[in-house]
Design a protein around this ligand. Structure first.
Ligand SMILES: Cc1cc2nc3c(=O)[nH]c(=O)nc-3n(C[C@H](O)[C@H](O)[C@H](O)COP(=O)(O)OP(=O)(O)OC[C@H]3O[C@@H](n4cnc5c(N)ncnc54)[C@H](O)[C@@H]3O)c2cc1C
Length: 537
């Protein structure tokens, strides 16, 4: 990065806010070669508290960004919810997790937001400008100028407002942040306890007087997170008293409390996630764009998904591929998702005054959002073409299927059985992938190599030996000999699948190099190449 002592910096991307959304945006943008300046008003990464769980989709994203390995050893896996009343077990559910198809981690990873910020900071190869508060932001046709209370000026091609629920940037731009406020304030406690309650690594909802006002979340380090909905004064003493009442007749002692806070429920979404009514250069993400109840643990998870959805678009546009329509599609996809997240959290928080079973039933009905695995983009959005093929459905997450990478040396030299890996272990961020499935090749070898420069073409077939010299060639049992192709974009949803889906995409929405992909994949130039031909290349 440019010398910090200079007063003005010129970068591709300035990020306001170094919470999880801003930090991951910075990590991804750096991985795609963008110059980045990231500013945060606080003194360093979060110390304690706040978000407590990574859902399955977030774990997939963080596997791809190479962050998950820094977190998994310290987190606690949990995929079961139980309900108790008057100390008696009443029910147990987990089928919304266990029934997830092609999911390597069908569970929450319980881990604190401070650990997530620490891990992302560890990955980041540039410093965060901490203790600096952004106090001015202006947009021109060519870029964005940001100023801080430390007298710094940053000039950038694009800016991300990841500055949280009270976003200075959103307010400065005059973007309405409307919604409801159900007048509910939750107490949140991170604590260690001694109890004769049968402790288990499950999410427990306690029912009392027909309501479900206390939830107990198991956490890493043997810690416990409690959410408590109180009547009357909200303080730690009353929160602990309420927990005791809900766990009775079992006894509970609070031996050490690390964090106590309150969370006022607000359900709001920005009217646009992009400045200048969708045509500008400042993009809102994370809590700056949407806020909702903590129920379902979707806050941090939704911010992480925003970052994944946004950064490849900014990188493509900054590097001259794709136009403003590509950026606009971020708003279309993520604002719809944010509204869905808010609706689900709203239903959950309002059901806490009903029975525990009713609460868990609402979780089950809305599990797609809570696990993250059911979030998908509709064919009415510009980057998705209505099509499906087997487990691949356009707009849905790409299934995490197993493949065996065939060694680079073709055919007969192969002696050892190649080891099995999952697609998400192999996916990297920043390139479209064309998964060519089956033995027939939907493009000539030469065309595939051409697009390989910018788009990864992966050939997955059921043969034991290599058939091309493409860098990515795999064998998989689930592939049939005559299938088609799937295009998987950076956020690992398939925008279009199968060779029969020939509806062309609007070209101004896609990076130029996808034109060549669509030609390579959709052209009727199917031609299997023999081994001799492979060896010549
Ligand atoms: C008290 C509390 C409890 C919560 N509990 C839970 C929970 O239990 N479970 C859950 O899932 N979620 C919880 N959340 C929500 C979760 O923390 C957020 O969804 C998540 O932090 C969103 O990440 P973000 O990066 O978008 O925003 P934030 O984490 O809010 O990050 C915004 C960053 O911007 C910085 N900033 C703000 N203004 C400026 C400025 N002008 N200049 C420079 N920097 C600025 C801030 O210092 C901050 O670091 C809680 C939130 C709060 C406030």
């Amino acid at each position: 990065m440019e010398n910090m002592s200079q007063s003005a910096f010129n970068v591709d991307l300035v990020i306001v806010g170094g919470g999880p959304t801003g930090l991951l945006s910075a990590v991804l943008a750096r991985s795609l070669g963008l110059s980045v300046y990231i500013i945060d008003a606080k003194h360093g990464p979060l110390d304690l508290g706040r978000a407590d769980a990574l859902n399955a989709r977030t774990q997939q994203y963080l596997e791809v960004s190479k962050t998950l390995s820094l977190l998994e050893p310290f987190g606690l896996k949990c995929n079961t919810s139980s309900t108790y009343e008057a100390g008696e077990f009443t029910s147990q559910q987990n089928k919304w997790w266990t029934s997830l198809k092609h999911t390597h981690r069908p569970n929450f990873l319980m881990i604190g937001q401070s650990r997530v910020e620490e891990a992302l900071l560890h990955q980041l190869d540039i410093p965060v400008d901490y203790n600096s508060r952004v106090n001015g932001i202006q947009e021109t046709s060519a870029g964005v100028v940001v100023t801080t209370d430390q007298g710094r000026t940053v000039v950038a091609k694009y800016a991300i407002a990841a500055d949280g629920a009270r976003s200075f940037v959103r307010t400065s731009l005059g973007i309405p942040f409307t919604g409801t406020k159900p007048e509910m304030v939750w107490a949140v406690l991170d604590t260690w306890i001694e109890t004769d309650f049968p402790v288990c690594p499950e999410i427990i909802t306690f029912q009392k007087d027909g309501q479900s006002r206390v939830a107990w979340i198991p956490r890493e380090r043997g810690m416990n997170r409690f959410y408590i909905l109180l009547d009357g004064e909200i303080n730690q003493e009353n929160a602990e008293a309420s927990i005791r009442e809900h766990m009775a007749p079992h006894k509970v002692e609070f031996t050490k409390t690390e964090w106590f806070s309150t969370f006022e429920i607000k359900e709001r979404v920005a009217s646009t996630f992009i400045s200048k009514d969708g045509n500008g250069r400042i993009l809102l993400a994370g809590d700056a764009a949407h806020v909702h109840a903590v129920n379902g643990g979707q806050g941090l998870n939704t911010g992480i998904a925003d970052a994944f959805n946004l950064i490849w678009r900014i990188a493509f546009v900054t590097q001259g591929h794709g136009g403003s329509a590509l950026l606009k599609s971020y708003d279309e996809e993520r604002r719809t998702t944010a509204s869905g997240v808010i609706d689900v959290a709203a239903k959950l928080v309002r059901t806490t005054v009903k029975t525990a079973l009713e609460y868990v039933e609402i979780i089950e009905k809305n599990a797609g959002y809570i696990t993250g695995m059911g979030v998908s983009y509709s064919p009415t959005t510009p980057l998705v073409v209505d099509s499906s093929h087997g487990d691949f459905v356009a707009g849905d997450r790409c299934p995490d299927l197993w493949v065996a990478k065939l060694p680079a040396t073709p055919s007969h030299a192969q002696v050892e059985e190649p080891s099995q890996v999952r697609l998400y272990e192999l996916f990297g961020y920043g390139k479209f992938k064309v998964l060519v499935l089956g033995n027939e090749k939907p493009a000539t070898f030469q065309q595939a190599v051409e697009v390989q420069q910018k788009v990864e073409v992966w050939h997955i077939h059921d043969q034991e030996h290599r058939r091309t010299t493409l860098p990515y060639e795999f064998r998989a049992d689930w592939v049939k000999s005559d299938e088609g192709a799937v295009v998987v974009r950076e956020v690992f949803e398939a925008p279009f699948v199968t060779l029969t889906a020939r509806k062309p995409l609007a070209h101004d929405l896609l990076p130029d190099h996808l034109d060549s992909v669509s030609q390579a994949v959709w052209l009727d130039q199917v031609q299997c190449i023999g081994e001799a031909e492979v060896l010549q290349h």
